[in-house]
Design a protein around this ligand. Structure first.
Ligand SMILES: [Zn+2]
Length: 251
């Protein structure tokens, strides 16, 4: 977690307490979404290959400004990758254009960041494309950002640990971190059995998928192992927007 100013801490706390759109009901079964942020190119090359081996699709939250660049010491996705990721059936979500903490952004700058990233993605994926799902860069949530995102996106994802059930905050969804910094010894089997037993929605947050010791990477075997435990537990694994479709469908 980044160091926050006092004003930032107050804004984050206020935003976290405000739940404008709680999930109305418990899911009818256990769900898992696999999400990648930024994204490092390995999330597509290695992570995408793992998902493909299991015939699964995930959610990639892209920041337009990171395209083709090096960020946090890693090669990020290439321009041509975006259409390939979408063509493989994965969901493309938004992560703001400049990957900025929303605690640093005014209302108008936040709106500009959303609009610029929408335009970047529409340029690559067709003018009709609009991302349905959002992830806050660094998990930093201001009241202003949350209000704007709740109007613009179907869901917004945090970096706070936890599982999502009835009453969960769809504008600040909770995650299970799989990066090296957090998840070297996670008991995925037990967690996913709980998700299945209690009809919850788990969301894995990954960045790079590689053998490095980078704090924001996970080794391919860890991602593959977590997926195997989720499948063994009987979880339905879908991109974030498609889980929301299930949760909001009228019976
Ligand atoms: Zn990020």
């Amino acid at each position: 977690m980044r160091k926050r100013s006092l004003a930032g801490r107050i804004s984050f706390a206020a935003a976290t307490r405000w739940t404008p759109r709680p999930l109305a009901a418990q899911p009818s079964r256990g769900f898992l979404s696999i999400t990648f942020d930024d994204v490092p190119r390995s999330a597509w090359i290695e992570g995408g290959a793992i998902l493909a081996r299991h015939s699964l699709r995930g959610t990639y939250y892209l920041s337009g400004d990171l395209c083709g660049k090096t960020f946090e010491g890693r090669e990020q996705y290439h321009r041509d990758d975006v259409a390939d990721i979408a063509a493989a059936g994965h969901e493309i979500g938004s992560h703001l254009f400049h990957h900025l903490s929303t605690l640093t952004l005014s209302h108008s700058r936040m709106q500009e960041e959303i609009t610029a990233n929408d335009a970047f993605l529409a340029n690559l994926l067709g003018s009709a494309f609009r991302p349905r799902s959002f992830a806050y860069p660094y998990g930093e949530v201001s009241l202003t950002a949350k209000r704007l995102c709740s109007r613009h996106f179907g869901t917004s994802r945090s970096v706070q640990g936890g599982l999502n059930g009835a009453g969960a905050d769809r504008d600040q969804l909770r995650i299970l971190a799989i990066d090296n910094l957090f998840a070297k010894d996670v008991d995925w089997r037990t967690i996913f059995r709980t998700v299945a037993r209690d009809n919850l929605w788990a969301i894995i947050l990954a960045h790079g998928v590689d053998e490095s010791d980078h704090e924001f990477s996970c080794p391919p075997a860890r991602l593959d192992g977590a997926i195997r435990h989720a499948l063994d537990a009987g979880l339905t694994i879908l991109p974030v927007a498609e889980v929301m479709d299930h949760l909001t469908a009228t019976p």
